[in-house]
Design a protein around this ligand. Structure first.
Ligand code: HEC
Ligand code: HEC
Length: 394
């Protein structure tokens, strides 16, 4: 007598489950068509001589006009390869004109920088010598490299060359290093078939992201990074961002009127960790940045729940800080503390350069630290004891 009831009951239970599965399949299929997976480089690559040389160059403050500015000074590990400051001081003591972008995954983009005016990471690094690093000419770094004992490393990295120490090879080695800074994230696991890699809200965010039109510009495996578009399609961007300066974008270099306010569509990999946002770092909150985008690119702000879901989705693009994103041989600084017993004054280790990076558990320890605003001054130095694990860890 109960058999039909049981059958109906089973069908009712089964239906939503089948619906979710079908939903997931459709959502994934759509996402695979628009976006795409990124993959970490094999560990062996990190040990290649050119990559190791690039790592050393990237982190060496001495290779700058003031002897204190490394690439990593403005591309910080605790900021996922970007810089939490709106602008960053260069080796001449001047602030950069635009906000520092993350170097993670950057080499997967066809062109670099806010207006896509560098065609390769090698080109970008070489140009930095007379830019951020403050030298009068790119060649000025050559005697310095020799004096600091880099010659053998250049020889190992470029064995077929008679005179390997050159600005060109400086750029190539740095590019080789940057190509290893790829950060797969939960989103990649989701695309690869792991339904649970995204939460229900994150899936909703992914759906909204595509539905409202974000994905029309932010496409490909990086969710952006290619193509230049006007910032402010529907209205002037500075009204929404409160920017002090009306940066003309690509127009500055081309003087072509249609290039006014054109910027590269930002990639969104790790975006939840690389604020403040936009070329001038004018917006510090990610949800607000999403609303600014909806407002000026699509014509209206989103209902709050949708904006929040998009932010949740963007969180799924956060990968781990690569373990070799640190100064080679950086000194370890241990500060131990328990939850609720946070250190008060600046620790002894505050003398350690900002770029001296953490040896262990970089991502876990750092996420934890950056979520405690009172610890911000210390967070570069926070390393939790390996055996004990970070406070609150299982
Ligand atoms: C003084 C701070 C500073 C220093 C030092 C610095 N950068 Fe940058 N970096 C920036 C800023 C700011 C931008 C964005 C510039 C722009 O588009 O106008 C940037 C952009 C980049 C990009 C482009 C990222 C993208 O998504 O297009 C790469 C790659 C990069 N830097 C690598 C390096 C390397 C390699 C060095 C060392 C040779 C270096 N940076 C030194 C501040 C700095
Ligand atoms: C018409 C193309 C276009 C559309 C549509 C669009 N964006 Fe953007 N997005 C851009 C461009 C261009 C930039 C870079 C703006 C600048 O110069 O600061 C950007 C920047 C961003 C940034 C800041 C990234 C950073 O690192 O500073 C976020 C976040 C973002 N977009 C999210 C979204 C979301 C969410 C949507 C949908 C609500 C969206 N975008 C719709 C073109 C677009």
């Amino acid at each position: 007598m109960h058999s039909t009831e049981v059958a109906v009951f089973a069908a009712l239970v089964a239906l939503p489950v089948a619906g979710v599965a079908a939903d997931d399949a459709a959502l994934r299929q759509d996402a695979l068509a628009r976006f795409g997976v990124i993959e970490a480089v094999p560990e062996a690559t990190v040990l290649r001589p050119d990559v190791k040389l690039g790592q050393a160059l990237f982190w060496d403050e001495r290779l700058s006009a003031n002897g204190q500015t490394a690439c990593a000074s403005c591309h910080l590990p605790e900021d996922w390869g970007a810089d939490r400051r709106r602008f960053s001081p260069d080796a001449r003591g001047r602030n950069t004109a635009r906000h520092s972008q993350t170097v993670f995954n950057a080499t997967l983009q066809p062109t670099l920088r806010w207006t896509g005016d560098r065609t390769s990471a090698a080109h970008q690094a070489e140009r930095s010598l007379t830019g951020s690093m403050g030298f009068d000419s790119p060649e000025a770094v050559v005697p310095l490299l020799r004096r600091l004992g880099y010659e053998a490393d250049f020889q190992a990295a470029f064995p077929q060359e008679a005179e390997p120490v050159s600005p060109g090879n400086y750029g190539k080695a740095i590019q080789a290093y940057e190509e290893t800074l790829i950060t797969p994230a939960p989103f990649d696991r989701y695309l690869s078939g792991e339904d649970d890699a995204l939460s229900v809200e994150q899936k909703e965010g992914l759906r909204v992201f595509s539905q409202v039109g974000c994905g029309d510009c932010h496409r490909g495996p990086l969710l952006g990074g290619r193509g230049l578009r006007r910032f402010g399609v529907e209205k002037d961007y500075w009204i929404a961002t409160g920017s002090e300066r009306k940066d003309p974008g690509l127009f500055e270099s081309t003087q072509v009127e249609s290039d006014r306010y054109r910027f590269r569509v930002s990639m969104l990999r790790n975006v939840a960790r690389t604020g403040p946002y936009f070329h001038d770092g004018s917006v510090s909150d990610l949800e607000e940045a999403v609303q600014v985008m909806a407002d000026v690119q699509l014509g209206d702000r989103l209902p709050e729940a949708q904006a929040r879901a998009i932010v949740a989705f963007l969180e799924s693009l956060t990968g781990e800080v690569p373990p070799h994103y640190r100064k080679p041989g950086a000194r370890l600084v241990l500060i131990e503390f328990k939850e609720g017993e946070l250190p008060q004054g600046p620790p002894e280790s505050a003398k350690v350069p900002r770029t001296a990076m953490l040896e262990w558990g970089s991502a876990a320890g750092l996420v934890l630290a950056s979520e405690k605003p009172d610890l911000l001054p210390y967070q570069t130095f926070l390393v939790f004891q390996k055996s004990a694990g970070p406070p609150g860890a299982p």
